[in-house]
Design a protein around this ligand. Structure first.
Ligand code: DX5
Ligand code: ZN
Length: 216
C-alpha cells in the first residue's frame, strides 16, 4: 500500500503559514502534522493551541497533532476543540496511558502513542489493540532537521509484528529525518505514515516532493 504523507508545519514559513497550508491542501498529503513543544518535556518551544485553531480554519486535511508536552491529559479537550483529528501523546509522559487513550477517544479523536528512540516497542504490548496509531520517533524529539536514527527500521519491524499478533488495525507512523532514502526503507520495514518537515519545505517543489514520497 502507498505510504501516507504527513508534512510537518514545524518547517513551514510562519510569516506565510496559510500559503504553506494551501500547498499541503493541494498536495497528495494525508494529514497536516502539528508539532507542539512545551520547553519542559523537550528542550524547545514551538507553537500552541491558538495556532492550531488558525491552521484548522484553512486546513483541507485532518490535523495530526503530536504533543511533546508534560501532562498532556490537561490539554486533550482543548486540542479537540482546536480541531485535532488525531492526537498523539508520548508514552514517556503518560503514567496512566489507558486513561489518556480513553479520554482522547471520548473527545472524538483518533488515539496515537509516540515512543522516543530509546523506548522499546514492547511497552505497548498491553494496549496496542486500543490504539489507532503508534508514532515512532526516529530522532530525539524537539527539533526539525536532525539525522535519522538507523535503529528505527528494527523498531518498525517489531511494531509490525506486535500489531499483527494482536489483530490490531493500528497504523505505524515515523517522525524525524525522513527523506527519499530513509522513507523507502521505512516503507519496506512496514511503516504506513511518514512525517516529513525539512525535507519537504526545504525542497525546490514541496508539493512534488510530497508526491514522490507518497510513491516510494
Ligand atoms: C521533531 C518533530 C518532527 C519534526 C520532523 O521533534 O516531532 O515532526 O518536525 O522534522 P524533520 O522532518 O525535519 O526531521
Ligand atoms: Zn512530530
Amino acid at each position: 500500500m502507498r505510504p501516507k504523507i504527513a508534512p510537518s508545519i514545524l518547517a513551514a514559513n510562519f510569516n506565510h503559514l496559510e500559503n504553506d497550508i494551501q500547498m499541503i491542501n493541494e498536495s497528495v498529503a494525508e494529514f497536516i502534522h502539528c508539532d507542539i513543544m512545551d520547553g519542559v518535556f523537550v528542550p524547545n518551544i514551538s507553537f500552541g493551541i491558538p495556532v492550531v485553531e488558525h491552521v484548522k480554519k484553512v486546513a483541507g486535511k485532518p490535523l495530526d497533532v503530536h504533543l511533546m508536552i508534560s501532562n498532556p491529559d490537561n490539554f486533550i479537550t482543548a486540542f479537540a476543540s482546536a480541531g485535532a483529528s488525531w492526537l498523539t501523546v508520548h508514552y514517556e509522559t503518560c503514567p496512566h496511558l489507558h486513561r489518556t487513550i480513553s479520554a482522547i477517544k471520548e473527545n472524538g479523536m483518533k488515539a496515537s502513542v509516540c515512543l522516543n528512540p530509546h523506548t522499546p516497542v514492547s511497552v505497548l504490548s498491553e494496549i496496542i489493540a486500543d490504539l489507532d496509531m503508534v508514532l515512532l520517533m526516529s530522532v530525539n524529539p524537539g527539533f526539525g532537521g536532525q539525522q535519522f536514527i538507523i535503529n528505527t527500521y528494527k523498531k518498525v519491524r517489531e511494531l509490525k509484528s506486535l500489531i499483527q499478533e494482536n489483530n490490531s488495525l493500528c497504523l505505524i507512523e515515523v517522525d524525524g529525518g525522513v527523506n527519499f532514502d530513509t522513507g523507502k526503507q521505512l516503507i519496506e520495514a512496514g511503516a504506513d505514515v511518514l512525517v516529513a518537515g525539512s525535507f519537504v519545505f526545504n525542497s525546490e517543489d514541496p508539493k512534488e516532493t510530497i508526491r514522490q514520497l507518497s510513491e516510494l
